[in-house]
Design a protein around this ligand. Structure first.
Ligand code: ATP
Ligand code: MG
Length: 259
């Protein structure tokens, strides 16, 4: 039975794309206010889990359940899940030429019933951009258009900071970041969690222990061949770095090769 006291409760989740099964029975529970890391080999299905939870229409859920504070997410469209407070920062954010950051962010807040007056919005935006050390010129640039890899990741964290989701799923927010940017992004995530009065939870997909040293996750989950195969404390991430997935888990099959 899904636990309504849990922020996210995923049980036995299976998902397919183009009739190929990628998620093969995912179990994961994230309590309110916790940061959980999700690590695992390339192609093991981490981004697929992120898309399946946020309601990407390309993925068919074939079995299992996923609830947010006891509400069944699976029948809901991506828009409705976003309104409930599910946020995804993309592994590969896409550019939207013609849509400025400022207009996009305002529209995103409005669509989630979080509309502020123009003045309040600009005050918040200015504050969050300063915290993320983003130059104000980004406001009038088209989203992600010509942004460097690190700038795209900061823009995703800016969205998260403004939308204040219940559950932030961050798909490799640390990829391609220099050491200073890594700390800025990690601080942004930590600030959002602390600012939510213990409500917001984070599912942080990463390949590296470094961001976890800044964020000190409550739990680290290891994904392999479409499901969580181990969960533990932050030391698990260090063990992976030292031993590799094969060293820790034995032979690691890609999702496509597993039964
Ligand atoms: N549209 C698709 N058609 C066919 N296979 C797909 C499709 N999308 C994803 N897959 C496959 O699903 C598997 C899981 O992909 P996914 O992107 O979830 O992996 P990942 O764990 O996020 O990997 P990485 O660490 O490289 O980001 C891969 O084998 C991938 O090729
Ligand atoms: Mg991925």
């Amino acid at each position: 039975m899904p636990d309504p006291a849990m922020l996210l409760d995923v049980a036995g989740l299976h998902a397919t794309i183009d009739s190929k099964e990628i998620l093969k029975g995912v179990d994961m529970r994230i309590p309110h206010g916790e940061i959980h890391a999700l690590m695992g080999p390339n192609g093991s299905g981490k981004s697929t889990l992120a898309y399946a939870l946020t309601g990407h229409p390309k993925y068919q859920i074939t079995a299992g359940s996923a609830t947010l504070k006891g509400t069944d997410l699976l029948p809901l469209t991506a828009d409705l899940r976003a309104q409930l407070g599910v946020f995804l920062s993309f592994q590969h954010p896409t550019a939207i030429p013609g849509v400025t950051m400022v207009n996009f962010l305002r529209a995103a807040m409005r669509s989630q019933g979080k509309e502020l007056s123009a003045r309040e919005f600009l005050t918040r935006l200015t504050y969050e951009m300063a915290e993320l050390k983003m130059d104000e010129s980004f406001r009038s640039r088209y989203i992600n258009d010509g942004f460097s890899g690190g700038e795209k990741k900061r823009a995703e964290i800016l969205q998260m900071a403004l939308l204040q989701p219940q559950l932030a799923i961050l798909d490799e927010p640390d990829s391609g970041l220099d050491v200073d940017a890594l700390r800025i992004v990690a601080d942004g995530v930590r600030r959002a969690v602390e600012g939510s009065a213990g409500k917001m939870g984070v599912l942080l997909i990463t390949h590296y222990n470094r961001i976890l040293e800044y964020l000190r996750p409550d739990t680290v989950h290891i994904f392999s061949a479409g499901r969580v195969v181990a969960s533990g404390g932050p030391s698990l991430a260090k063990e992976i770095e030292a031993m590799g997935y094969e060293g820790l888990l034995g032979e690691v099959a890609p999702v496509s090769a597993s039964a």
